[in-house]
Design a protein around this ligand. Sequence first.
Ligand SMILES: *Cc1c(COP(=O)(O)O)cnc(C)c1O
Ligand SMILES: [Zn+2]
Length: 420
Amino acid sequence: MTATSELVSRCFSCGREGAFDPRDTTCAACGGNQEILHDLPALRRILTREALARRGERSMWRYEELVPLAEGAARPGLIAGWTPLIPAPRLGEACGHRTLLLKDEGRNPSGSLKDRASAAALLGARAAGSPGIIGASTGNAGSSMACLAAEAGVGCSILVPADAPAAKIAQLLAFGARVIPVRGSYDQAFDLCLELSGRLGLYNRSTGVNPLTREGKKTCAFEICEQLDFVSPDWVFVSVGDGNIISGLHKGFTELLALGLIEKTPRLGAVQSSRSNAVAAAVARAGAAPGSPPSIEIEPVHASTRADSISVDLPRDGLAAARAVLESGGCAIEVDDEEILAHIPLVARTSGVFGEPAAVASVAGFAAAVERGLVRPAERAVCVITGNGLKDVASVTKVTGEPRRVPADPAVLEEIYGGG
Ligand SMILES: *Cc1c(COP(=O)(O)O)cnc(C)c1O
Ligand SMILES: [Zn+2]
């Protein structure tokens, strides 16, 4: 059993350690992001492959000992996690590669991987005794928090860029969150949220300042490995905005290795739009400097990608993301927006999975990595489809075009299908 009191949080920037307190946000000494450390040697005896195989729980709570505050807590009623890992041979072939699987996170309650993080954050808000939750979001983190908070009966305020896709704002409104559309960027909404959470005493779910979001997201890595009978894939590709998902995946794989459940961790492919490339640029700079450990400097960019979920000027978990790439022996890949959008129909038509732009960006990056010879032919790759395509339908018709409307007249059939 891992009681909260035994959990330690460690600062990503200065390494300072202290007892984890759910009211904690960033490091008291330097303001850096924190990560939570588990007593893995003790858990090694409990979390065996056999013990996991006996568990009936098919959700992120399957790994409850590894999610802070999850044991014995009143968990959200909505079920996040245990999403399918789908073989996608036709898509793999289209990308020039044999073994490709998709982890379809669009099937979570609000339609994105963010539900894993929101579920973990909800436990944090309860443990902290907060009167409500606040968060800044490009769209999905907010609609996810609103969804889970609605079921739990917890009040929630969400700041989003005013130009977030309509479906994501509609989700916020439907779930009854207090919606604050900020005329500005996600980064501006983020800073405003930080200010408001302090002033109003609300629990801040925003990425980076909240160490629990990574704890929830890492369960995706646990599932990928368990779904492959604990043979870790060679590569996992995922798109990167703030960098919290990839750092969560990295933490998850690293914990499984420490628990003796897998023999190696996969290489991580961080995929960014060339119009929002702060992490990829930092990795390129770190790689350019010889000697170890590499020094990582995250510098802000002017993000303008159409893949709204990964449109970030200053990645809030950029340091952890760049480290995930470098420590896993992976790569950071930039793809342009046209390639990202072209992958919406490609993925849908070859695998049956409909992803939003940021979700299929992982596949666009994978295809680019295959083309550059970074992924070897025999290697097994997983692309994480982070969010459902229904969240941004306007991006679909940008590539497919609109079908021509016709009169309700059988004569039109001849025109469409030809005279034969
Ligand atoms: C949030 C999100 C991402 C990026 O995750 P980060 O932690 O910000 O890097 C990618 N795809 C989708 C669909 C998302 O909602
Ligand atoms: Zn610090």
